[in-house]
Design a protein around this ligand. Structure first.
Ligand code: PLP
Length: 342
């Protein structure tokens, strides 16, 4: 009776989610307790990394991870402009300077060539974005000799060469915002890394720069994943691979049915297993779908960076995200293709 408690795609998990929330509510532990500990262990094991540090959201995850990597005020961080604004914002708030590089318009991701063109002696980190659920070629980026922080906010469960996105770089960040592939019921984020020291610094920074809550050795943040969200994530993490398999089926249906002439379908980075956070095609004009990042980050009023990024401009102008999700049926895909055929 009454309206469903959760978004329709989470309805099948209603009882388990309610039980998890109730368990935390009754426990009296709401911040940095057993649920966060357990989720951090479970997500680290899922990714195949040594450490996961839960934080308040994906934007804080980027800021804290950059600082934990040793990036400081004035340092340059190379990143794409064709991304959600938060990627750049997270670097700017900690005093670093984003340097925008171009992308491969077919994959929407940076490449070793586009990143190399933006490197300077002041570059302290590279932040590739696994855009729309694709996976940027991190192994090639690591050969450039600068620490790599993966922005994996849109790519939970994606893989490159059999390695999970988030386990490819020196560190990685995730967002559990409700629309992401691994959602919670509010804001949430995490940092993943194999580096013991980096994980330790991230833990310190998420709690006001203190290890013991009485001595403060750094100026940090109040940025924790809370117990309720961690309990929710523990219910949903085991579903992630099944959901992503479903998204890949929807993507193959789009490919099979086809949108017609003049529409470029998304291309996986070589060796990548795309998880289609969004299914984004390119066309001069489509009557269906919506465009993402029509004004790329480098041209946003708060940024206004003077840089020439032709592939970014092309992607920004011509991309259309078609309906994608775990509930989408083949008939719905067919209907989208019919209305979108030019
Ligand atoms: C969602 C997103 C973020 C920010 O995550 P929040 O949890 O919303 O702070 C950062 N980068 C990318 C690419 C994203 O899609």
């Amino acid at each position: 009776m009454g309206a469903p408690l959760f978004a329709s795609s989470l309805e099948p998990y209603h009882d388990r989610l309610t039980e998890a929330i109730d368990r935390v509510a009754r426990s009296g532990r709401y911040i940095l307790g057993p649920e966060v500990d357990a989720f951090e262990r479970e997500f680290a094991a899922y990714l195949g990394v040594r450490h996961c540090v839960g934080v308040a959201n994906g934007t804080d995850a980027l800021t804290i991870a950059l600082r934990a990597l040793g990036v400081g005020p004035g340092d340059e961080v190379v990143m794409p402009s064709f991304t959600f604004y938060a990627t750049a914002e997270a670097a700017i708030v900690m005093g670093a300077k984003p340097v925008f590089c171009d992308i491969d318009v077919e994959t929407f991701c940076v490449t070793a060539e586009t990143v190399r063109a933006a490197l300077t002696p002041r570059t302290k980190a590279i932040v590739p974005v696994h855009l729309f659920g694709n996976v940027a070629p991190v192994p090639e980026l690591r050969e450039l000799g600068v620490p790599v922080l993966e922005d994996a906010a849109q790519a939970a469960g994606a893989e490159l060469g059999g390695v999970k996105a988030g386990a490819l770089g020196d560190a990685a960040t995730f967002s559990f915002f409700p629309s992401k592939n691994l959602p919670c019921l509010g804001d949430g984020g995490a940092i993943a890394t194999d580096d013991d020291g980096l994980a330790e610094r991230a833990r310190l920074l998420r709690f006001h720069g203190s290890r013991d809550k009485s001595t403060f050795t750094a100026v940090g943040y109040n940025s924790r994943l809370d117990e309720m969200q961690a309990a929710v994530l523990r219910v949903l993490l085991p579903e992630l691979d099944g959901w992503n398999a479903r998204r890949r089926e929807v993507a193959s249906a789009y490919e099979r049915i086809g949108l017609g002439q003049g529409v470029a379908l998304p291309r996986e980075v070589s060796g990548a297993k795309h998880v289609y956070h969004l299914y984004v095609v390119r066309a001069e004009r489509l009557p269906v779908g919506r465009g993402y990042y029509r004004v790329p980050v480098h041209r946003q009023p708060a940024i206004a960076a003077d840089v020439d990024l032709p592939a970014t401009e092309e992607a920004a102008r011509t991309n259309y995200a078609l309906p994608m999700g775990i509930d989408l049926t083949e008939d719905q895909v067919r209907a989208v293709c019919a209305s979108g055929s030019t």
